[in-house]
Design a protein around this ligand. Sequence first.
Ligand code: MG
Ligand code: MG
Length: 255
Amino acid sequence: MVELKTDTEIAAMREAGRVVARALDAVARHAEPGVPLRELDAVAAGVIADAGARPSFLNYQPHFASSPFPGVICTSVNDVVVHGIPDDYRLAEHDLLSVDCGAELGGFHGDSAVTIPVGGLRDADAKMLEDARSALRAGIEAATAGARMGDMSEAIGRIGRRGGYGIPADFGGHGVGRRMHEDPPVPNEGRPGKGFPLRPGLVIALEPMFMAGGRDGYRIADDGWSLCTIDGSRAVHVEHTVAITEGGPVVLTAA
Ligand code: MG
Ligand code: MG
């Protein structure tokens, strides 16, 4: 069931979104070669706790997982697309790190992700990262009242396919609210004019994920969580929580 949010609820969700933005910013500034992923998790945990919020991901166990998630953030390095576990791995120069963070404040969740080039950005990664950010922007621009889900999904997928990237079909965005994952699903590919009607009060997470090798297949690592590219190629993932309002889309997880 899709729950539309009131203006007051959207304002509350903006506060949760701000906490997520602050946590991601702190993690990005801390992500240097030599730093273990576990340390980034502690940085995010600190920001969320200081804000009086609660990490959404810690101990979260969705239907596809065989164990509760053990981290505050997802840290997905290089060929890991999403859901990487923050462990003892130490970042290396030119790693491509995607960080996904969720926080609950005042009963509402915010959900956002960034991809961070560690040390320098390789030329080979720069275009894919820019394309993912463009796809997110295009999806947000298409998130207007009166449009359909397919308009938004198509805007994201078109940029991904034009770049020749793989797009994992079973994972994408979702409604956000009192639960982190709500209806409706927000696919990363779609057909214009089709799908769920976008109405004021709908709050959704848009999350393009692109895989450099161009294949849509993926594998789940032995840890039961990390979703990896099937060919070992690198991947990017960016995400914002967005409210559809009469006045246009509002990014709730902006800094
Ligand atoms: Mg997320
Ligand atoms: Mg999400």
